[in-house]
Design a protein around this ligand. Structure first.
Ligand SMILES: *Cc1c(COP(=O)(O)O)cnc(C)c1O
Length: 381
């Protein structure tokens, strides 16, 4: 064996021993929340396709139409020849939904965060970040070289303390948080955080990956607040792929010039952009659809006596990775896919089931799932 293969073998063995080895499993998703794995039909409570728009006929038609008119690929980066006409329409719709001057679309949410933060922050600056922020916020923050100050989850007093202690020493400062926390489903106190950031001349950036389309009639977790940097993804409720920043026109122009993950990568395929446009049109015109995932999450919480959900995401903390995997297996045997989430995606000792509710889940299925969780998982907790 080469030293490289030996290295990989040892690393994987260590993951396996901690029940932390992950494996890809071919999964055929169908319309609604149904999917097929290893020949078994499952109802998924693990897709972030909260509005089931990835399989909506109008969205698929828009993707096909865009591919026919503009081709299968963008051909180059957006700044060279990859800025096909659909991009303009998509950025206009995002700015309208978020009520900002402008929007800039990236290849993915991960690329957005790893591009935006280093384009604005340098080693002379300070970033204040929630301890539970998404992995790609950390990646972008580290890449920037700025000093990192971590505040306890949603703890405004701790953030205020850190700002008071460290803001002065930095040239510019940024406060970064998920708007909806991806593994806990709770919301950041955006209004209060914005006031605090403003008072310290720090720029607030919210990551609305799990808010767009499903919170505040689809407008997202920052709606009603003048958050200067509103980042998010087109890969979840929008049902397609890509990331975005909604901000002032000059900030978007700076990002188009300086974000390396925007400049040095190929534009999105036209079909992907066409799909996002059609999906955003549905989101803008169908508030009842946008409200359904949260209503479904609340139905589930009420059935189990859990605190009311704040978003379509409901975590059930189980502690060890082994327990979370065993709970997933119990539900899977009964026809439900609810993925166990293990470290390092969540902190050590907080492995969990993460339920994600979508617009088209049937109330009966939600009730059956809640009953099963009550009878088979909570009783052994
Ligand atoms: C999923 C996610 C991202 C990454 O978005 P992609 O488009 O999937 O790359 C960023 N931030 C948060 C909070 C997410 O949950």
């Amino acid at each position: 064996m080469t030293t490289l293969d030996q290295f990989a073998t040892d690393k994987l063995a260590r993951l396996e021993a901690g029940a932390l080895r992950r494996r890809l499993r071919p999964t055929a998703r169908a319309a609604g929340a149904v999917l097929e794995r290893d020949g078994q039909r499952l109802i998924s409570f693990s897709c972030n396709d909260y509005l089931n728009l990835s399989t909506h006929p109008a969205v698929i038609d828009a993707a096909i139409d865009a591919a026919r008119r503009h081709g299968a690929g963008a051909g180059a980066s957006r700044l060279v020849t990859g800025d096909h006409p659909l991009y303009r329409a998509l950025e206009a719709r995002l700015a309208a939904l978020k009520q900002t001057e402008d929007a800039v679309v990236f290849g993915s949410g991960f690329l957005a965060n790893t591009g935006i933060i280093p384009a604005l922050m340098t080693r002379h600056d300070a970033i204040f970040v929630d301890e539970l922020a998404h992995a790609c916020i950390w990646a972008g923050a580290r890449l920037s070289g700025a000093a990192l100050h971590v505040f306890r989850h949603n703890d405004l007093a701790h953030l205020a303390e850190l700002l008071a202690a460290h803001r002065q020493a930095a040239r510019h400062a940024m406060v970064v948080t998920d708007g909806v926390f991806s593994m806990d489903g709770d919301l950041a106190p955006v209004g209060e955080m914005l006031a605090l950031a403003n008072a310290h001349d720090a720029w607030l950036m919210t990551d609305d990956a799990h808010g767009i389309g499903v919170i505040n009639e689809g407008r997202g977790s920052a709606h009603g607040h003048d958050v200067p940097l509103q980042m998010g993804t087109l890969s979840k409720a929008v049902g397609s792929y890509g990331g975005y920043l909604c901000a002032s026109h000059v900030v978007c122009e700076l990002i188009r010039n300086r974000a390396r993950s925007f400049v040095y990568t190929t534009g999105l395929p036209p079909a992907v952009v066409g799909a996002s446009i059609a999906a955003l049109d549905l989101i803008a015109t169908d508030p009842a659809m946008c409200a359904a995932p949260l209503a479904h999450a609340r139905r589930f919480c009420a059935a189990l006596g859990l605190p009311p959900a704040e978003s379509p995401i409901v975590p059930l903390l189980l502690g060890t990775a082994e327990r979370a995997l065993a709970a997933q297996a119990v539900l899977e045997a009964a026809g439900f896919l609810v993925a166990a989430i293990r470290p390092p995606t969540v902190p050590e000792g907080t492995a969990r089931l993460r339920f994600a509710f979508t617009a088209c889940h049937a109330p009966d299925d939600i009730d059956r799932l809640a009953q099963l969780v009550h009878d088979r998982i909570l009783v052994t907790a």
